[in-house]
Design a protein around this ligand. Structure first.
Ligand code: GAP
Length: 435
């Protein structure tokens, strides 16, 4: 994990937030490559959850909502973790994270913990010029509630009837007691949430299973290793009382299994909670049968920062190979799926002091830019390959003296390290085919 975090910093994927002031715990910034990586992960989710389906619409709610939202959802009363302090070393722990509740994992003291206390995970903020309680609200701890309170607006304006879904990607905030494991547990993060509303017609569990299968297929389509992924079925006692089924998607992180996503059958709980507190009708009115009913809800909620981190970890490899001269070399490579890789094709000029080569390589790179995520570079070819391997670029194209003579370029594959000589004329089609 340390190696991956070091690479993430060195190559501009992820930086500590406000680093020059010593950082702030639980917050991270995405550098130029990290910003593209996370955007690609979100786009892959959006593409398959919204754009390629005819039964899901997109949504984008405000982060700050009316404070009663959080009363109705149960967050104000129940969204907390239990914390304990060690009276000897003064360190603070999440009670449910302790392996041994009688021994401090940091200083080893016995029976040194305070009684567990509830700690709200809600991040408070004030709206308007008065910092009194009437102006007090929260930064949302999940994006889902924006969809629930808008359920009627959405189905009426889009003329949808259950089964249909509403999808949203956006920031959420939780005042985690112990942020850690790089970007795994943070205080500001992005969620991609799908709320799929179904009628109570006996087929709701089929809809739940179908979404579990779709999410399985999504991770596999984008190359996450299946042996590092598990779909954990929650038992009755592990689920909230209103949930009829639940599956946690977990990945084998370097520190152990960690949750990437939760998929839940939440019954009518959320819509009913808002109807009760707001006094407004959020039921679905079925024109055909002239009946009102509260649809059941299937939710898939994935953390985009955790998923981006998963792609980074899953793609990471260090390998030793033997070059044609019999010399052993080591390289670090990120084997990203082409849709996830921040750069898809790098184009090099073999020499930086030969204007004809530079000009030709730049022209080829500019020609590829509308169709691929590209990067131009020049200099020592071995170093250029190493750099691109480290950021996960699937293909490198090199322009050399032969290019000037016969119009051919070298295409080198990140994964096989094999090189093909092909005509620059057919380069775009060649790359499209291989990517
Ligand atoms: N609306 C349901 C919901 O929010 P959740 O299991 O609390 O469910 C869903 O959160 C996902 O959001 C998690 O599986 C995780 O990927 C992400 N997530 C939650 N808390 C997080 C945190 N502190 N840091 C990073 N990601 C987090």
């Amino acid at each position: 994990m340390e190696e991956i975090a070091a690479l993430a910093k060195r190559r501009g994927f992820i930086f500590q937030s406000s680093e020059i002031y010593g950082g702030i715990n639980g917050f991270w910034d995405y550098g130029p490559l990290g910003a593209i990586l996370k955007r690609n992960v979100k786009q892959a989710w959006w593409r398959e959850t919204v754009e390629l389906r005819d039964d899901v619409v997109g949504f984008d709610a405000a982060i700050v909502m009316h404070p009663l939202t959080w009363k109705a959802s149960g967050h104000v009363d129940a969204f907390h973790d239990q914390l304990v302090d060690c009276k000897v070393c003064k360190h603070r722990f999440r009670f449910d994270h302790l392996k041994d509740a009688s021994k401090c994992p940091d200083c080893g003291s016995k029976d040194s913990f305070t009684e567990p206390r509830n700690f709200s995970l809600m991040m408070k903020t004030f709206v308007g010029p008065m910092e009194d309680t009437s102006a007090e609200t929260y930064l949302r701890p999940e994006t889902a509630q924006g969809i629930f309170v808008n359920f009627k607006n959405i189905y009426q304006t889009t003329r949808r009837r259950p089964p249909f879904g509403v999808a949203q990607i956006g920031k959420s905030f939780r005042n985690e007691i112990t942020p850690g494991n790089f970007t795994f547990r943070v205080r500001e993060f992005e969620q991609a949430e799908l709320e799929f509303f179904v009628p109570d017609d006996g087929k709701d569990m089929d809809a739940f299973r179908e979404w579990v299968d779709r999410r399985k297929a999504w991770y596999s389509n984008y190359g996450i290793r299946s042996e590092r992924l598990r779909f954990y079925e929650l038992t009755d006692s592990e689920r909230p009382h209103y949930a009829r089924a639940g599956v946690d998607v977990e990945y084998a992180f370097p520190w152990g299994w960690g949750e990437l996503e939760s998929i839940a059958h939440r019954g009518t709980y959320d819509l009913e909670a808002h109807m009760k507190v707001s006094g407004k009708d959020l039921q679905f009115f079925d024109e055909a049968s002239k009946t009102h009913y509260t649809p059941l809800l299937i939710e898939s909620s994935a953390g985009m920062d955790r998923t981006a981190l998963t792609f980074l970890i899953d793609a990471y490899e260090r390998e030793t190979s033997v070059d044609p001269n019999g010399k052993e070399t080591e390289r670090t490579v990120l084997r990203f799926h082409p849709s996830i890789a921040p750069v898809q094709v790098a184009v090099f000029s073999l020499a930086r002091n030969k204007p004809e080569l530079v000009e030709r390589a730049r022209r080829i790179e500019a020609g590829l830019r509308p169709g691929f995520r590209t990067q131009y570079d020049e200099g020592n070819i071995g170093q250029l390959y190493r750099r691109q391997d480290e950021i996960g670029t699937p293909f490198c194209v090199t322009v050399d003296y032969e290019t000037l003579a016969d119009g051919s370029v070298t295409v080198r594959s990140r994964d096989s390290m094999l090189q093909d000589r092909i005509s620059a004329e057919t380069l775009e089609a060649h790359l499209r085919d291989r990517l």
